[in-house]
Design a protein around this ligand. Structure first.
Ligand code: VGL
Ligand code: ZN
Length: 208
Protein backbone atom coordinates (compact mmCIF):
# COMPACT_ATOMS: atom_id res chain seq x y z
CA UNK A 1 0.00 0.00 0.00
CA UNK A 2 1.18 3.43 -0.96
CA UNK A 3 0.56 6.45 1.30
CA UNK A 4 0.90 10.22 0.92
CA UNK A 5 1.68 12.28 4.03
CA UNK A 6 0.88 16.01 3.70
CA UNK A 7 2.63 18.02 6.39
CA UNK A 8 1.04 21.13 7.91
CA UNK A 9 -0.53 22.69 4.78
CA UNK A 10 -2.25 25.23 7.02
CA UNK A 11 -3.06 28.92 6.79
CA UNK A 12 -0.48 29.68 9.47
CA UNK A 13 2.36 28.52 7.22
CA UNK A 14 1.09 30.24 4.07
CA UNK A 15 1.42 33.92 3.12
CA UNK A 16 -0.86 35.93 5.42
CA UNK A 17 -0.44 33.38 8.23
CA UNK A 18 1.35 33.85 11.53
CA UNK A 19 4.46 31.82 10.58
CA UNK A 20 4.47 32.17 6.80
CA UNK A 21 6.79 29.93 4.80
CA UNK A 22 7.84 31.84 1.64
CA UNK A 23 5.60 30.67 -1.24
CA UNK A 24 4.02 28.09 1.07
CA UNK A 25 0.70 28.32 -0.75
CA UNK A 26 2.35 27.09 -3.96
CA UNK A 27 2.35 23.53 -2.60
CA UNK A 28 -1.48 23.44 -2.61
CA UNK A 29 -2.14 22.77 -6.33
CA UNK A 30 0.70 20.24 -6.43
CA UNK A 31 -0.63 18.46 -3.34
CA UNK A 32 -4.12 18.37 -4.90
CA UNK A 33 -2.76 16.77 -8.08
CA UNK A 34 -0.93 14.17 -6.00
CA UNK A 35 -4.10 13.49 -3.98
CA UNK A 36 -6.24 13.10 -7.09
CA UNK A 37 -3.87 11.39 -9.55
CA UNK A 38 -0.95 10.06 -7.50
CA UNK A 39 -2.36 6.56 -7.21
CA UNK A 40 -2.20 6.57 -3.40
CA UNK A 41 -4.17 4.07 -1.33
CA UNK A 42 -4.01 6.15 1.84
CA UNK A 43 -3.82 9.93 2.28
CA UNK A 44 -2.84 11.47 5.59
CA UNK A 45 -2.49 15.12 6.62
CA UNK A 46 -0.78 16.47 9.73
CA UNK A 47 -2.01 19.61 11.48
CA UNK A 48 0.10 21.73 13.84
CA UNK A 49 -2.36 22.24 16.71
CA UNK A 50 -1.04 24.32 19.58
CA UNK A 51 -2.70 25.54 22.78
CA UNK A 52 -2.45 29.33 23.07
CA UNK A 53 0.18 29.05 25.81
CA UNK A 54 2.47 26.72 23.84
CA UNK A 55 6.06 26.89 25.09
CA UNK A 56 7.49 27.24 21.56
CA UNK A 57 5.91 30.69 21.33
CA UNK A 58 8.23 33.64 21.99
CA UNK A 59 5.24 35.31 23.67
CA UNK A 60 5.58 32.80 26.54
CA UNK A 61 9.21 33.77 27.23
CA UNK A 62 9.66 37.31 28.61
CA UNK A 63 12.43 39.16 26.74
CA UNK A 64 12.42 36.78 23.74
CA UNK A 65 11.48 37.77 20.21
CA UNK A 66 10.26 35.44 17.45
CA UNK A 67 13.13 33.50 15.83
CA UNK A 68 15.45 33.99 18.84
CA UNK A 69 16.88 30.81 20.34
CA UNK A 70 15.52 29.97 23.76
CA UNK A 71 14.82 26.93 25.91
CA UNK A 72 11.82 24.72 26.41
CA UNK A 73 11.82 22.17 29.23
CA UNK A 74 15.61 22.56 29.44
CA UNK A 75 16.26 21.98 25.72
CA UNK A 76 17.24 24.49 23.00
CA UNK A 77 14.12 25.71 21.20
CA UNK A 78 13.48 28.20 18.40
CA UNK A 79 11.10 30.87 19.66
CA UNK A 80 8.30 30.95 17.11
CA UNK A 81 5.62 33.56 16.62
CA UNK A 82 2.29 32.40 18.04
CA UNK A 83 0.96 30.12 15.26
CA UNK A 84 -1.60 27.43 14.54
CA UNK A 85 -3.51 27.96 17.77
CA UNK A 86 -6.29 25.37 18.11
CA UNK A 87 -9.71 26.43 16.75
CA UNK A 88 -8.35 29.58 15.05
CA UNK A 89 -8.28 30.26 11.27
CA UNK A 90 -4.45 30.15 11.42
CA UNK A 91 -4.65 26.42 12.30
CA UNK A 92 -7.12 25.54 9.54
CA UNK A 93 -5.94 23.75 6.43
CA UNK A 94 -5.43 25.97 3.38
CA UNK A 95 -8.96 26.51 2.01
CA UNK A 96 -8.04 25.14 -1.46
CA UNK A 97 -6.50 21.90 -0.18
CA UNK A 98 -8.70 18.92 -1.06
CA UNK A 99 -9.14 17.88 2.55
CA UNK A 100 -12.26 15.77 1.79
CA UNK A 101 -9.93 13.26 0.13
CA UNK A 102 -7.83 12.88 3.28
CA UNK A 103 -8.36 9.59 5.16
CA UNK A 104 -6.70 10.50 8.45
CA UNK A 105 -5.70 13.76 10.13
CA UNK A 106 -2.88 13.68 12.66
CA UNK A 107 -2.82 16.66 15.01
CA UNK A 108 0.39 17.43 16.89
CA UNK A 109 2.00 19.98 19.18
CA UNK A 110 -0.71 19.94 21.84
CA UNK A 111 1.60 19.55 24.83
CA UNK A 112 2.67 23.08 25.87
CA UNK A 113 5.93 21.75 27.38
CA UNK A 114 7.39 20.21 24.20
CA UNK A 115 7.38 21.00 20.48
CA UNK A 116 6.45 18.40 17.91
CA UNK A 117 7.97 19.04 14.49
CA UNK A 118 7.50 15.41 13.48
CA UNK A 119 4.02 14.09 12.78
CA UNK A 120 5.12 10.83 14.47
CA UNK A 121 6.34 11.97 17.91
CA UNK A 122 7.26 14.93 20.11
CA UNK A 123 10.75 16.44 19.74
CA UNK A 124 11.92 14.75 22.97
CA UNK A 125 10.77 11.45 21.40
CA UNK A 126 8.84 10.56 24.57
CA UNK A 127 5.23 10.66 23.32
CA UNK A 128 4.06 9.11 20.05
CA UNK A 129 1.20 10.66 18.07
CA UNK A 130 -0.29 7.39 16.80
CA UNK A 131 0.53 7.99 13.13
CA UNK A 132 3.06 5.15 12.89
CA UNK A 133 0.45 2.76 14.29
CA UNK A 134 -2.14 3.97 11.80
CA UNK A 135 0.19 3.53 8.80
CA UNK A 136 1.25 0.07 10.01
CA UNK A 137 -2.40 -0.95 10.37
CA UNK A 138 -2.96 0.20 6.76
CA UNK A 139 -0.06 -2.09 5.71
CA UNK A 140 1.75 0.84 4.11
CA UNK A 141 4.96 -0.13 2.29
CA UNK A 142 5.67 3.17 0.50
CA UNK A 143 5.34 6.62 2.06
CA UNK A 144 5.77 9.89 0.15
CA UNK A 145 6.05 13.04 2.26
CA UNK A 146 5.66 16.72 1.31
CA UNK A 147 4.32 20.03 2.61
CA UNK A 148 5.51 22.73 5.03
CA UNK A 149 8.13 23.39 6.17
CA UNK A 150 10.88 21.35 4.47
CA UNK A 151 13.53 22.35 7.03
CA UNK A 152 11.37 21.61 10.08
CA UNK A 153 8.26 19.48 10.14
CA UNK A 154 8.72 17.78 6.77
CA UNK A 155 12.34 16.82 7.51
CA UNK A 156 11.68 15.53 11.04
CA UNK A 157 8.64 13.57 9.87
CA UNK A 158 10.62 11.93 7.06
CA UNK A 159 13.54 11.02 9.33
CA UNK A 160 11.14 9.57 11.92
CA UNK A 161 9.29 7.61 9.23
CA UNK A 162 12.52 5.79 8.39
CA UNK A 163 13.16 4.97 12.07
CA UNK A 164 9.61 4.08 13.02
CA UNK A 165 8.39 2.24 9.91
CA UNK A 166 11.07 -0.36 9.21
CA UNK A 167 10.90 -1.72 5.66
CA UNK A 168 8.85 1.20 4.33
CA UNK A 169 10.30 3.08 1.33
CA UNK A 170 10.22 6.79 2.25
CA UNK A 171 10.43 9.59 -0.35
CA UNK A 172 10.41 13.40 -0.07
CA UNK A 173 8.53 15.22 -2.86
CA UNK A 174 10.58 18.36 -3.36
CA UNK A 175 8.29 20.45 -5.59
CA UNK A 176 5.32 19.82 -3.27
CA UNK A 177 7.25 21.34 -0.34
CA UNK A 178 8.62 24.74 0.69
CA UNK A 179 11.03 25.72 3.48
CA UNK A 180 11.60 28.58 5.88
CA UNK A 181 15.33 29.13 5.22
CA UNK A 182 17.11 28.26 1.93
CA UNK A 183 20.28 27.06 3.71
CA UNK A 184 18.12 24.99 6.06
CA UNK A 185 16.35 23.44 3.08
CA UNK A 186 19.67 22.43 1.48
CA UNK A 187 20.85 20.87 4.74
CA UNK A 188 17.50 19.12 5.24
CA UNK A 189 17.64 17.54 1.79
CA UNK A 190 21.22 16.36 2.41
CA UNK A 191 20.19 14.89 5.76
CA UNK A 192 17.19 13.08 4.26
CA UNK A 193 19.31 11.74 1.38
CA UNK A 194 21.94 10.47 3.83
CA UNK A 195 19.21 8.58 5.67
CA UNK A 196 18.18 6.78 2.47
CA UNK A 197 15.10 8.90 1.75
CA UNK A 198 14.36 9.27 -1.97
CA UNK A 199 14.30 12.86 -3.22
CA UNK A 200 11.65 12.94 -5.94
CA UNK A 201 9.38 15.29 -7.89
CA UNK A 202 5.60 15.16 -8.26
CA UNK A 203 6.23 14.33 -11.95
CA UNK A 204 7.87 11.05 -10.90
CA UNK A 205 4.69 10.13 -8.98
CA UNK A 206 2.21 11.31 -11.59
CA UNK A 207 4.09 9.55 -14.41
CA UNK A 208 3.60 6.01 -13.08
C1 VGL B 1 6.58 24.05 11.90
C2 VGL B 1 7.82 25.51 13.17
C3 VGL B 1 6.92 25.43 14.20
C4 VGL B 1 6.42 23.31 10.61
C5 VGL B 1 5.67 23.93 12.94
O1 VGL B 1 5.28 22.91 10.27
O2 VGL B 1 7.44 23.13 9.89
N1 VGL B 1 7.66 24.83 12.03
N2 VGL B 1 5.85 24.63 14.07
ZN1 ZN C 1 4.32 24.70 15.55
Amino acid sequence: MKALLLIDIQNGFCPGGNLPVPHGDEVVPVANRLIEDGGYNVIVASQDWHPENHGSFASQHPGKKPFDMGELSGKPQVMWPDHCVQETPDAEFHPDLNIEAVDYIQQKGENPAVDSYSAFRDNDQAALTGLAGYLKAQLVTELDICGLATDYCVKYSALDAVDMLPGVKVCFIEDASRGIDPEGVKAAIAEMKAKGIGIISSKDVLAD
